[in-house]
Design a protein around this ligand. Structure first.
Ligand code: BG6
Length: 509
């Protein structure tokens, strides 16, 4: 992807990349970690090149690794050389950017290190005119979130001690590992920050095709009249990966697919598909509607879990023709692990619009294909007079493609040219790349920029996070209480056979 569009291009008309935030300093806790170097730093650097960062901007890394300011600048340059997806760090652009980078070698439990951070922030306000505005980005393991929040307050870095500017906090997922821990974390967050200052990231919400779900539904008149139980047979939401745990075995083995993907990314997709139209585009108007969807889903009774949830764990197999090991032999994974690498769940949104329509959610690692999509399958036609067998006419399916393809595809029936009245399924496709002549920016770019601008629309609110945990809690409990027969699907396959007990019409990956 190139950094900025220079040549005139009619397809790009109306594309707005220039919403600039207030001056500010962004502090990355955990700046020597993987997320920072692969996603966060490249996103910030790309925002700089697009001209989207404010002129008065500073970045501070705060982590355990030993660096001084120059050492950390060199580290950032090295990482950008490898991971920048636009122009590489070079010339005046880089020199200018490097000047605004500082670093604190830190122990997260040591107040004096947070006081050192405070001094840097004050220097930035004085020298770089960052206006007292601070964005604290927690990209550390979740276990240290409460400690960092506590230290921010002890060092006088909390919002109440900073009347000059705004103070916001960005919290990476997972927000808790279950209902109780999420509530405990929220209690710590609330001691220091108001909800309006908390930005809980779910990077799926920053993906362009995910943002387009609302546009598709509410900027067109043709979908809403049929977007309900009268016309929709089922909704299938898939987030399938070919990757395994990629060096994150330690984290993943204590998480699993339900916590890692379903409770957050996949449930958020469900909310966008099922929500009512908000009255305005205001962040809370939208998030109110999303919350109402979760409030309409009843957490299952423990005894019902086997009928509505299936889990799996991958065995050795082939991905793209290459052998890959079983989950239990991945580094940092317990060789007897019962952690699920695949989860499929059937939920009902029990409200007027969706009563009786099943929502099938599935996510897994080491599956046949990387694909994230939402497939809305419509009901069969009420009467047919073509051909002899009813099943020759397939239902219409609207597929919202999130990745790797980005677009929308509508499957419908058409007459095959010729003398016979023969019907066949065809599709009408929209693709972002060709439709707009531009590649979608990575999710983190949009989300970081929104947090700097103070726009919470694409961030999850506590009530929704809590409700999503409430919905998955009985599944977690039921799975904890029974020993699964793992591994039960081969790497590179469609997932465990058991998933067909839930639904026998899963779309082929
Ligand atoms: C992360 C999960 O939130 O999302 C990972 O922790 C997963 O396990 C990733 O691989 C998937 O994101 P994407 O954007 O590649 O679909």
């Amino acid at each position: 992807m190139t950094a900025t569009a220079t040549a005139p291009n009619p397809l790009r008309e109306g594309l707005d990349t220039q919403r600039i935030s207030d001056p500010c300093t962004i502090v990355f806790f955990g700046a020597s970690g993987d997320l920072f170097k692969r996603m966060l730093l490249p996103s910030i650097y790309e925002l700089r090149q697009r001209g989207t960062l404010p002129t008065n901007f500073a970045l501070v890394g705060f982590a355990r690794s030993q660096y001084d300011d120059d050492g950390f600048r060199a580290y950032c340059k090295e990482q950008l050389d490898q991971f920048a997806y636009g122009a590489k760090p070079d010339g005046a652009m880089w020199d200018d950017f490097a000047k605004c980078i500082r670093y604190v070698t830190a122990d997260f439990g040591d107040t004096s290190h947070f006081e050192a951070l405070k001094r840097i922030l004050e220097e930035n306000d004085r020298d770089l005119k960052t206006g007292g505005n601070r964005l604290f980005y927690l990209s550390t393991p979740p276990s240290v979130f409460p400690g960092i929040i506590d230290q921010l307050q002890k060092a006088g870095l909390d919002p109440k001690s900073n009347p000059k500017g705004w103070t916001r906090i960005v919290v990476e997922k997972p927000f808790g590992t279950d209902l109780a821990s999420a509530r405990a974390l929220q209690t710590e967050v609330e001691k220091v920050f108001d909800e309006g200052q908390v930005y809980r990231i779910d990077h799926y919400l920053g993906k362009e095709p995910v943002q387009d779900i609302m546009a598709l539904r509410f900027a067109n008149v043709i979908f809403e009249p049929i977007w309900n139980r009268n016309y929709v047979q089922s909704v299938q939401i898939t987030a399938a990966e070919t990757l395994g745990v990629e060096g994150r075995g330690g984290y993943y083995d204590s998480a699993g697919a339900l916590r890692d993907m379903i409770q957050n990314h996949v449930m958020n997709l469900l909310a966008l598909v099922a929500m009512e139209p908000p009255a305005t585009a205001d962040a809370d108007a939208i998030r109110n509607e999303k919350f109402k969807v979760f409030a309409s889903i009843q957490p299952p009774a423990l005894a019902d879990v086997p009928k509505m949830a299936v889990r799996g764990q991958y065995d050795a197999g082939l991905i793209d023709g290459k052998p890959v090991p079983s989950y239990r032999t991945e580094p940092d994974v317990n060789p007897k692990s019962d952690t699920e690498t695949y989860a499929a769940v059937k939920l009902f949104v029990e409200n007027w619009r969706w009563a009786g329509v099943p929502f099938y959610l599935r996510s897994g690692k080491r599956l046949a294909r990387k694909v994230s999509e939402i497939a809305v399958t419509f009901k069969n036609i009420p009467h047919r007079f073509y051909g002899e067998k009813t099943d020759e006419i397939d239902p219409n399916v609207l597929v919202i493609k999130i990745q790797p393809d980005e677009g929308v595809s509508l499957r419908f029936e058409a007459k095959v040219p010729g003398q016979k009245s023969h019907i066949r399924t065809v599709s009408m496709d929209f693709n972002y790349g060709t439709g707009f002549g531009v590649q979608s920016p990575p999710a983190y770019e949009r989300l970081i920029a929104d947090a700097m601008r103070g726009d919470q629309t694409l961030f999850t609110r506590w009530d929704a996070v809590q409700r999503a945990w409430e919905i998955v809690t009985p599944i977690q409990q039921s799975w904890q209480n029974a020993t699964p027969t793992f591994p039960n699907y081969g790497a590179g396959s469609q997932g465990p056979h058991g998933a067909t007990q839930l639904f026998d019409d899963w779309r082929t990956l």
